[in-house]
Ligand binder design. Structure first.
Ligand SMILES: Nc1ncnc2c1ncn2[C@@H]1O[C@H](COP(=O)(O)OP(=O)(O)OP(=O)(O)O)[C@@H](O)[C@H]1O
Ligand SMILES: [Mg+2]
Length: 231
């Protein structure tokens, strides 16, 4: 999915896989502004569309920018409408959990700018949103429910303390010592990166890879693929 940056430096192109079917249903993309999180997530979503049969996604685009090509679709939500997006996704998850909906086809929530969303909501609404997301993250796997979360920082409280349920963490750019510590990493474990699209991928909390997100020269094929999975 993303190129192994250590091998790339030696002229070898090898891609590190994302094994959705192998239980990697919760993916976090974290890093400073401009580090390339959204581009990395757009690639993930396109991957979902092309490689995971029958996948569907709900997209919450709090910034109301990079996913606006989905405007007009029922399951695209921007800015404050993301509250409704999370509610509707949570309802779809609950329907599976309650046995009302027996289907187990992959159903994903893609939430861009989760931290900014959290810092905007009033307290009672915030607690409710975090609780819903935590339930999806903790129990979703058995029901075919997954989640891609994009945030500038990954404070545990923003995930209702369910952060350890991210099987894959994509750490874009040069993250802070504090941010590295959130994943049990030492800042020294992370090689310095230059320019957008470079970072690290931590799988199951132990396998750390240096990654380079491929440069996307033409966005429209990627967007067309994503449109197929958002109703
Ligand atoms: N893989 C990449 N290859 C080349 N350029 C990239 C790549 N990823 C991102 N960029 C460039 O960097 C810019 C910022 O990327 P992106 O919007 O993904 O960052 P971000 O981390 O989501 O930022 P923000 O937190 O502000 O939303 C893009 O507009 C693009 O020009
Ligand atoms: Mg972004």
């Amino acid at each position: 999915m993303y190129a192994d940056r250590a091998l790339l430096r030696m002229g070898i192109q090898r891609f590190i896989p994302w094994r959705y079917a192998g239980g990697q249903n919760n993916v976090l993309v974290v890093g400073p502004s401009g580090s390339g999180k959204t581009v990395a997530a757009l690639l993930l979503a396109a991957r979902l569309a092309s490689r995971v049969p029958h996948a569907r996604a709900y997209v919450c685009d709090f910034k109301n920018a990079d996913w606006a090509f989905l405007e007009g679709r029922n399951h695209y939500y921007s800015y404050l409408d993301c509250v409704r997006g999370l509610d509707e996704f949570h309802e779809a998850f609950t329907a599976r959990q309650m046995g009302v909906d027996p289907s187990r086809e992959p159903l994903f929530l893609i939430f861009d700018e989760w931290q900014a969303f959290c810092s905007t909501l009033p307290k009672p609404q915030l607690a409710e949103a975090q609780k819903k997301l935590a339930a999806v993250m903790m129990l979703g796997r058995s029901f075919g429910v997954g989640h891609i979360n994009i945030a500038q920082d990954a404070y545990a409280q923003n995930y209702g303390n369910a952060r350890s349920n991210f099987q894959v963490a994509i750490l874009m750019g040069n993250i802070s010592k504090e941010a590295a510590g959130m994943f049990g990493l030492d800042r020294k474990d992370l090689s310095p990166v230059y320019g957008p699209g470079a970072g690290h991928m931590l799988v199951n909390g132990v396998d750390l890879h240096q990654i380079q997100v491929p440069t996307i020269r033409e966005m429209s094929p990627l967007q067309a693929a994503i449109c197929q999975i958002v109703e």
